[in-house]
Design a protein around this ligand. Structure first.
Ligand SMILES: [Fe+2]
Ligand SMILES: [Fe+2]
Length: 369
């Protein structure tokens, strides 16, 4: 067949850039036991069904969003913008001649980068939830994972729509986040998908969405975040309830693998999670800018960097304790996290207990009568 006879296939190069292939090594599991044996998962599934929300009608997409007004509150605590401002007065600074408009533009680009990572992370969560639905051996967990898959589709869609209709072009996924999600999709063990997504990444999401919700005054983004958070808290509870049971039956050697996974994915350096493309869009050279930002960072109040970490670990540490992973193997993970200064968060509430308090959807419906 000559090239002329080739039917209309999408251009190969264009297709390669718009998709990414990942091979999943886990077995799909059909369960013949339809008895509802896990009461807490049944309760969680029923709550998930009752608090489904509608991305078209529950959010007012006609809201007029002024990006400058949006970042005025939403980016108040943003470390990138604070570092650039602090770098302005350094000798030879590439920011020396920056106007107030340029700092505002940087703030807008930085917010777009953050919302873009939320969007890509939500798509990853959708795929991992679908994987759990296919690979977990318990019917109650399959049902719940199916509702989570729908939740994550809605989350991906609303972040994409907010970016596209209110702010403009999204940024690519950060290589750090991409790698973190890829290993979860590839792993042959179904519980690792839960451990990486429901326990680590969704605890991170609770902290990140919660931090943005505390500062932003833009009404559409506020409601979007409140509703996404309602769902996320249940997703974390799903992870704790499922893995708590599964890990009771594992040997110390098997638990050690999981403890090492937790240490590897929580303590290691997170600096690669930044989005260098922000500087390209600001017409700056990232390599030229970086040393000035590093120097400026040292002069900043440490709360720019620690508030978010505290939000993350005050979810993660109690949730991990509930799984028995802190103390297995003579407290292996407790020791490693202790050395990293994280055990101060141990006594915070576990999301398995407080997920209902996040349910803004049910609260709004009750208020409306
Ligand atoms: Fe989500
Ligand atoms: Fe989620």
């Amino acid at each position: 067949m000559t090239a002329v006879d080739t039917p209309d296939l999408p251009d190969q190069q264009e297709m390669d850039q718009s998709i990414k292939l990942i091979t999943d090594n886990a077995d799909r599991v059909f369960s013949w036991k339809y008895d509802r044996e896990r009461d807490q998962l049944v309760t969680l599934y029923n709550r998930a069904m009752a608090s489904q929300w509608d991305s078209v009608n529950d959010l007012d997409w006609a809201t007029d969003v002024d990006p400058e007004y949006l970042v005025h509150t939403t980016q108040k605590d943003n470390a990138t913008v604070a570092m650039a401002r602090a770098a302005k007065d350094l000798p030879g600074s590439p920011f020396a001649n920056w106007s107030e408009e340029q700092f505002t533009q940087l703030s807008i680009e930085s917010l777009k980068a953050t919302l873009s990572q939320f969007m890509h992370g939500e798509q990853g969560a959708m795929m991992v939830a679908a994987k759990i639905c296919e690979t977990v051996p318990w019917i109650d967990a399959k049902y719940y994972a199916a509702t989570q898959t729908m939740d994550e589709a809605r989350h991906t869609e609303v972040f994409a729509k907010y970016l596209h209709t209110k702010l403009g072009d999204a940024y690519p996924m950060s290589p750090f986040l991409e790698e973190q999600i890829q290993v979860l999709v590839e792993d042959s063990r179904w519980d690792i998908a839960y451990l990486g997504m429901q326990i680590i990444i969704e605890s991170l999401a609770l902290a990140a969405f919660g931090q943005m919700l505390r500062v932003t005054e833009e009404p559409l983004l506020r409601k979007l975040l409140r509703y996404v958070l309602s769902d996320e808290a249940r997703h974390v509870a799903f992870g704790i309830l499922s893995l708590g049971e599964f890990y009771e039956g594992l040997s110390e050697a098997e638990l050690k693998d999981r403890q090492e996974f937790m240490a590897e994915n929580t303590i290691r350096n997170r600096t690669r999670s930044t989005t260098p493309e922000i500087w390209e869009r600001m017409n700056m050279n990232v390599d030229e800018v970086r040393p000035f930002l590093m120097e400026a960072a040292a002069s900043l109040d440490s709360s720019y960097f620690t508030t978010f970490q505290a939000g993350f670990f005050s979810k993660l540490v109690p949730n991990t304790r509930r799984l028995g992973l802190l103390d297995a193997n003579d407290g292996l993970l407790r020791r490693q996290w202790g050395e990293a200064g994280l055990m101060e968060y141990e006594s915070a509430d576990s999301t398995a207990e407080d997920y209902d308090s996040y349910d803004a959807v049910a609260a709004d419906r009750a208020a409306a009568g």
